[in-house]
Design a protein around this ligand. Structure first.
Ligand SMILES: C[S@@+](CC[C@H](N)C(=O)[O-])C[C@H]1O[C@@H](n2cnc3c(N)ncnc32)[C@H](O)[C@@H]1O
Length: 474
């Protein structure tokens, strides 16, 4: 077969799933990654990109449906960029996630021969997120063209607005968003709040922020909801300028949604299209909300990280605690400690725990959270892991190091410093199996053997998976 070319149509059998979630077909030595296809499907696909050794395509027509295919539940599916695995049965999702973890560790890290726990299935499967981030965009009919371009002929126009839009980005289009009416990943209440904020923003006549011209006002909306406390945080992120009728907006929104414990407004006047990390003004309530995890109460601010699936975070942390195998006498390091979620849980089972975290506000909250939960054997240092470990003076070697880095994993130098700490055991909590695998390879070079891994599904209907791993120094 000749190399496929852009816009060419191909009939393909989908053999497997790639890391990241696309279907994989092979034709005459060519690998074709197919958006919207699941293993077992036979599809007619349109080539969207042709590279030297592989091509990318999207499904145009389903010729034969896989036994693992299910009907997507969300009305925005196929238009919205999220939850791409909704068409795969949940059993299959979990099986593929588990095999991607072991494949990453084997192929990228060269790590084999470790114990693999049964993956922990997510519960519930829908409306599980405690945080969602939406973007505003100028509503235009062009968005409907994008919908046609991604092959969703049945997308209702209701999903694509005409005024100011608020929702998730169209796949691959950072300028336009799908006007979300009901996202099944978060609660009905927070869906209603987003829709009310959109109605208000439309009524102001102010435009959405435009990246290119750096004009406009409305940028993002971040909603957080304490699943175990019912407290809601609404964070509106705008460009520079006065917030129109802030008083009326605040009064109406908090009256309509009494769960709002914190309503804050942040100004992002930079080019970076990010929704958090900026100073904010409290419009109503507090500058934080509370969430409870594993019986501990945590203060969470707009600047700080919290696992986005509260109920599965409890199971994740309990697994990390189990892997830690603490007996009570240990000195523990919690690297990338956030607001202290893991540290405060482990503190009860060890003699002393030291957290290191880059975000100062998270360190402040970790200290407050320790006090509020009567934890007296924890300390938190603010700074980058690499620098903090370099400067720290220790009179005792840690017995255990817990690592919970962001998606990019720990850097080479950070892993080197961890190895130099010489702890007999490491528990690594990862949200990205490929960076875990790279870090595991370095730990292996430093004398650490991977003993056991356990996948915990925090993100059903997406290809993401969380993994806890135990390493021991040989
Ligand atoms: C995946 S979160 C884990 C937080 C916490 N362990 C939890 O479970 O809530 C990663 C954390 O690492 C922090 N972080 C990112 N880069 C860092 C660095 N170089 N040094 C220290 N902390 C960092 C982030 O601010 C974030 O709080």
């Amino acid at each position: 077969m000749k190399k496929p070319v852009k816009t060419q149509e191909l009939d393909l059998s989908i053999a497997s799933l790639a890391f990241g979630g696309r279907g994989v077909a092979r034709q005459d030595g060519f690998v074709i990654f197919v958006e919207g296809a699941v293993p077992g499907d036979r599809v007619r696909a349109v080539v969207t990109h042709a590279r030297r050794s592989y091509a990318e395509a999207r499904v145009k027509e389903l010729l034969n449906s896989s036994a693992e295919r299910v009907e997507p539940k969300c009305r925005h599916f196929g238009v919205c960029g999220g939850c791409s695995w909704q068409t795969l049965s949940y059993d299959a999702q979990l099986r593929y996630k588990q095999s991607q973890v072991t494949e990453c560790l084997g192929h990228i890290g060269g790590i084999r021969g470790f114990e693999v726990d049964e993956p922990l299935a997510a519960e519930p499967l829908w409306r599980y997120r405690n945080k969602v981030e939406f973007s505003f965009s100028a509503g235009d009919r062009g968005a409907a063209d994008s919908v046609k371009a991604i092959g969703r002929s049945d997308a209702s126009d209701a999903a694509i607005g005409t005024g100011l839009d608020l929702g998730f980005h169209l796949p691959g289009d950072w300028r336009r968003v799908v006007n979300i009416q009901d996202c099944l990943l978060h609660s009905e209440t927070t869906n209603a709040i987003r829709n009310a904020v959109r109605d208000f923003a439309r009524g102001t006549g102010l435009a959405a922020w435009e990246q290119q011209s750096e004009t406009g006002f409305w940028r993002h909306l971040v909603l957080r909801e304490g699943i175990n406390t019912g407290e809601i945080m609404v964070n509106i992120v705008t460009g520079p300028g006065d917030f129109p009728d802030a008083e009326g907006f605040t009064k109406n929104l908090t009256a309509a949604f009494p769960g709002i414990a914190s309503l804050v407004w942040s100004i992002n006047d930079t080019r970076a299209s990010v929704a958090t990390g900026f100073p904010f003004t409290v419009l109503a309530g507090r500058d934080h909300i509370f969430e409870e995890i594993c019986g501990l109460r945590f203060k969470v601010s707009p600047q700080t990280f919290l696992q986005t699936n509260t109920l599965m975070a409890e199971r994740l942390y309990r697994k990390a605690l189990e892997y830690a195998g603490l007996e009570g006498h240990e000195f523990v390091f919690d690297l990338y400690s956030g607001i202290g979620s893991i540290a405060l849980l482990m503190a009860k089972s060890c003699s002393e725990i030291l957290g290191i975290e880059i975000v100062e506000d998270a360190v402040r909250l970790a200290r407050e959270n320790a006090l509020a939960n009567s934890v007296t054997n924890s300390r938190f240092i603010s700074g980058k892991v690499r620098a903090a470990l370099k400067n720290i003076e220790l009179d005792r070697r840690p017995d255990l190091v817990v690592l919970d880095p962001p998606r990019a994993g720990a850097s080479k130098k950070e892993i080197q410093r961890v190895i130099e700490l010489g702890a007999p055991r490491i528990v690594y909590v990862s949200c990205n199996a490929s960076t875990l695998a790279g870090n595991a390879a370095r730990l292996a070079e430093g004398g650490y053997q991977l003993i056991r891994t356990g996948a915990v599904d925090m993100f059903p209907h997406t290809p993401h998976i969380e993994v806890v791993s135990l390493f021991e120094r040989s």
